[in-house]
Design a protein around this ligand. Sequence first.
Ligand SMILES: Nc1ncnc2c1ncn2[C@@H]1O[C@H](COP(=O)(O)OP(=O)(O)OP(=O)(O)O)[C@@H](O)[C@H]1O
Length: 570
Amino acid sequence: MKQFYRDLAPWLKLLLRRRQQFLVGTLLVWVTLLAGLSLLGLSGWFIVACALAGVALAAGLPSSLDVYVPGGGIRFFALLRTVARYVERLYNHNTVLTLLADLRHRVFGDLTRLDDASLKRRRASEWLSRLTSDIDNLDNLYLRLLIPPVAALLTILGVSAFIAIWLPVVGAVVAVVLTLLWAVVTFGYGWLGFANSYQQVSDQEELRRLVLDQVQASAELLSYQTQGWHRQKVEQHEALAFNNQRRLAVKAAMGNAFLSGVTGCLLIATLWIGSMALSAEQVVGPILVMAVIAVLGINEVLVLLPAAFLKLGLSYGAAQRLNALKVNQPVFDVVELPENTEGLSLQFDQVSYTYPESVAPALINLQATLPSQARAVITGVSGSGKSTLAGLVMGRIAPTQGAIRVAGISPWHISPESRADHFALLTQQTDLFDGTLEENLRIAKPSATEEELWQALSSVALSHWVQQQPKQLSTHVGEKGQQLSGGQARRVALARLMLRDPKVVLLDEPFAGVDAETARHLAMSLDQWLSGRTAIFLLHQIDDVSLLPNVDCQWHLDGGRLITDTTADS
Ligand SMILES: Nc1ncnc2c1ncn2[C@@H]1O[C@H](COP(=O)(O)OP(=O)(O)OP(=O)(O)O)[C@@H](O)[C@H]1O
């Protein structure tokens, strides 16, 4: 129970920061419910009173009835119910949208503070579901699990007190039975459906993952003729998830049946006790009818609670998953690198890095120094740790041991803005947006002139090709640059990088995917552009030394260890 509260507490605190809206929203729901019940009760009273007055007159007995006051009351409650419901919907929807914004802001903030290794541990679709369905489930906490039960309890107490004015015993019975019923359909049902609804969170995520795999990897599955095997996996999981949902639906149906059963019995009890009071002339007929109709209407107040509380596990599961985003988030003061620095030196001091959930370290005791404005080439076979090293230098992950320093400062501690200004990395994977060439280039420098864009394209031997395109700079590159060849897309990424003015540059396989002549062109452009910057080339092997002029250090990564004794002076 303690753990349950601890997991939900941060989100409840966030929701209750808007407690004023919560109170007004609850009050509006309460007024709407009371107006509805009052309308029902008063109408019942009025119809019976009219009928009795009519019967008395028909029997020749003197009888009178003031129809104006109750008639006015009925109109008042009818209007109040409509207006209160309208205002309540407007107000609570506004509150819910504000809360959604609060929640998204908080979760998005947590996501942006995650390091590369944590981000890579999950798929983009999983992060998306944190931002969408998990947040919606937490939002339900407010909309379905906080406001309705409070409004329902207040209504129960209000109706019981109202009945007790004429029928104290009935009022007491109604209060006790409905309060117990309220406890059962809230706490009891929360407990009853917890395991199933908690399971539903992971079921949905797993199902989404499997279906996405089925679609995304359809080409591979088709070529290996294994789409049936994978579809079977999806179907098996779907069946499990469906079973779980069915159990939850059965519980919800049983909950409603139980609720109707208890309120039905309460209605009979009210009628029975009230009839005894009527025959003892303690109460008049119309009042008894009003009490019975009020009890009848109370069903409406409670009817949504069982289904909402059966899904408590959904909100709890979502809270737990979102809480996990905060784990390992470091707390430190970020620093800025000086604006106009000439160059930045790099120092690795016994740096080791082990990925979370990995046993073997990816990098072991790296010891090296790269002076400011110097160039290094680091070679290493696939899996030797080159990308990990790049992630460390870029400050995307922090060393698990040792220290890495850029101009004496740990990159991990440098602000993201300052890092973006001073550091640049060309990764092996090309990330282009589904837009035009110009839009993709301007991401690096929105204020770039057209001349600068052409210059950058010319540096990567693409200007000629772009000039031949009908739309030139407005040529669409497609999603992830799919309308370009692999080599062209990488060159666009390189041109984008060259539009900036970073002091530390890391180039992961800059010559991959291009022919020998283009590679020479790139090497020449890079040589000029890298002058005055500190640079590291990350390569599997050196195929052509002439592509790497002016290299000061040549290092080799072997199984995560850096061998620095191969010094080149070209
Ligand atoms: N996100 C990750 N989680 C766990 N282990 C990882 C992760 N990324 C890389 N590794 C492991 O770390 C080691 C170094 O990987 P890294 O990607 O740095 O190698 P690399 O030299 O860049 O390889 P390549 O040339 O193929 O890109 C490998 O053993 C790899 O399995």
